[in-house]
Write a protein that binds this ligand. Structure first.
Ligand code: F0G
Length: 428
């Protein structure tokens, strides 16, 4: 398996490496891209649409359906080796009611919380773990704010690999921690934050020969590209005006941009959407760098949206390149705005975890600022499932979150087991 039809290329200096070399960075320390030979790619809308009605597991996967642009190993090899468990093919909800609340008429929400482990990370993980198998690795590791680790633990388990997880102690949502433990990964809680955990895991992987599955791994990005591709297919290849998503370690917006640019180069879509990346105001190094036109300055991150509580994002250079290519923008929203947007998304019956709802809060801000026109078609990404972080939901509705105004609280009502009292409550 040494000869593969893609290669790796440094984002900073352009140096190239073989496609399956065990490395995450260039010798100059720049991060790496997977470069496909698009002139050899014969994918068309017709082929992709035909796969929607196929019974083949690769065709049915919302990631492997796009395999020629993700990991072009040929169908036979992929049938044998792909570590898949039905990721992708998530719903794209017509969310015009939520749209009315935030000021856009034509709002759609892509619910990546509907993936097997409840977040978009499964799309990158199915590819990352498949590459780990190709490289004959027996152990994989990641640092995480919770979703990457939940996903990695599951995909490692289905592939018979050891999973090693570094998480910031006490700072990840319980749903995510329970997944990591349940799927059997060795879980190390670091006395520190995500950025400390990220630094440690890179050292450990280098010294112990463990495969690193954070989004610095370029194959994670390849899998996550499929989100943007699937949105285009969901909309019957009619390109929306905007794609809006939250930004933490900045792998996902990097991936969406890369995938859409490739689809465009192949002529599968005839124009490009704009992209908006939304950060939490307490974890906003990209927003600051973007606004000031500088390199990233790490910050000490603090936000209620623990998934994006990241002060020193690894993929910022790639991320900025993609935002620029898609005529994009970066914005920030406060925790209060995130939780208000979350209450709207949840009460619409769709529901998502806090970081996901930065998307909707960001759309509202960008409409108010006149950046997004109320008539434009906007696709927002909900990145994680509501059940990932149940504590925050209950505390919000009980009005018990410090510094958050629970304006849309739906607190539970305590009642004695008495029918008259219950009737009184219902009729109130
Ligand atoms: N939304 C959710 C629910 C996430 O879990 C993450 C990242 C993001 C958004 C941000 O995506 O990092 O690609 O910019 N979670 C990572 C983790 C960091 O460890 O689970 P990003």
């Amino acid at each position: 398996m040494s000869e593969v039809p893609w290669h790796l290329s440094c984002v900073r200096c352009g140096e190239t490496y073989a496609g399956l070399e065990l490395r995450y960075r260039c010798d100059c320390s720049g991060t790496l891209d997977v470069i496909h030979d698009l002139s050899q790619c014969e994918l068309t809308r017709e082929i992709l649409d035909a796969r929607l009605s196929s019974k083949d597991s690769l065709d049915r996967s919302g990631v492997w359906r796009f395999r020629e642009l993700i990991l072009p190993l040929g169908d036979e090899k992929l049938q044998e080796i792909a570590a898949a468990r039905g990721e992708g093919s998530t719903n794209l909800y017509n969310a015009s009611e939520i749209g009315r609340e935030v000021g856009v008429e034509d709002l759609w929400l892509k619910h990546e919380g509907e993936n097997p482990t409840g977040s978009f990370k499964d799309r990158g993980m199915t590819v990352g773990i498949t590459v780990a198998k190709l490289l004959e690795m027996s152990a994989v590791a990641c640092a995480s704010t919770g979703n990457t680790s939940a996903s990695m633990a599951s995909y490692a388990a289905i592939s018979g690999m050891d999973g090693l997880i570094f998480i910031p102690e006490g700072k990840i949502a319980f749903g995510k921690l329970s997944q990591a433990l349940a799927y059997g990964a060795k879980t190390i809680q670091i006395e520190g934050d995500f950025d400390d955990a990220m630094a440690l895991v890179q050292d450990v992987c280098d010294s112990e020969g463990i495969y690193l599955l954070n989004s610095i791994n370029p194959f994670r990005i390849e899998g996550q590209k499929a989100i943007g591709m699937e949105i285009m297919q969901d909309l019957d290849w009619q390109v929306p005006d905007w794609i809006v998503l939250p930004g933490g370690n900045l792998g996902n917006n990097t991936a969406i941009a890369k995938g859409l640019l490739e689809l465009h180069e192949l002529g599968i879509i005839d124009q490009l959407p704009r992209i908006a990346v939304v950060q939490a105001a307490g974890a906003n190094p990209l927003y600051t760098a973007w606004s000031e036109g500088t390199d990233i300055e790490p910050v000490k991150a603090e936000t209620i949206a623990t998934a994006i509580k990241i002060g020193n994002p690894v993929s910022w250079r790639k991320s900025m390149r993609g935002i620029t290519a898609l005529d994009g923008i970066v914005t920030e929203v406060t925790d209060d705005q995130i939780m208000d947007a979350k209450a709207i998304v949840d009460a619409a019956g769709i529901g998502a975890e806090p970081a996901s709802c930065a998307t909707v809060a960001g759309i509202r801000r960008l409409v108010q600022e006149g950046v997004i026109d109320p008539q434009q078609r906007v696709v927002g990404m909900l990145t994680g499932n509501l059940l990932k972080d149940p504590d925050i939901v209950v505390n919000y509705h009980m009005g018990e979150l410090d510094g958050i105004e629970s304006q849309r609280a739906n607190a539970p009502i305590s009642a004695p087991a008495d029918i008259d009292e219950i009737r009184r409550i219902i009729r109130q």
